[in-house]
Design a protein around this ligand. Structure first.
Ligand SMILES: [Zn+2]
Length: 131
């Protein structure tokens, strides 16, 4: 069973993508969109200040259990996104999804199938998938 929302999104992208239809444009716009997600996240720290980054090298005991590792490794983020930053980041993520769907269209890949395959991989690997 296909996901209707995901398929509809991918079809809409296909209908709207006119100006940047070349695979070269899609690939470069996908990279640009990714960079804009990064940039808007960084701006939440450096311009707005609703988020802070507090990072240092973790100390990992040799006999640390998996559950202890989950406590040791963290996002290094402090605070919460304000509504303005959240809105901006969501818009940039939307553009990222747009160009990912466009790439899927060009390569005849169903975006929902990508989600399903990745979910199956995660389910199979479970905690052995340390990324
Ligand atoms: Zn903010």
């Amino acid at each position: 069973m296909k996901d209707l929302l995901c398929d509809h999104f991918q079809e809409t992208v296909g209908e709207l993508l006119i100006r940047h239809k070349s695979i070269l444009d899609v690939l470069s716009k996908l990279d640009e969109a990714s960079a804009r997600v990064h940039r808007s996240t960084i701006k939440a720290v450096t311009q707005c200040g609703c988020l802070k980054i507090d990072a240092k090298k973790p100390t990992i005991p040799e006999d640390a259990t998996l559950w202890q590792l989950k406590e040791i490794f963290n996002s290094h983020l402090k605070g919460e996104l304000c509504s303005n930053c959240k809105d901006t980041i969501e818009k940039e993520m939307g553009r990222l999804l747009f160009y990912l769907a466009a790439l899927c269209n060009h390569l005849d890949i169903n975006l929902y199938d990508v989600f399903i395959k990745e979910q199956k991989t995660l389910d199979t690997l479970n905690y052995f998938n340390f990324t």
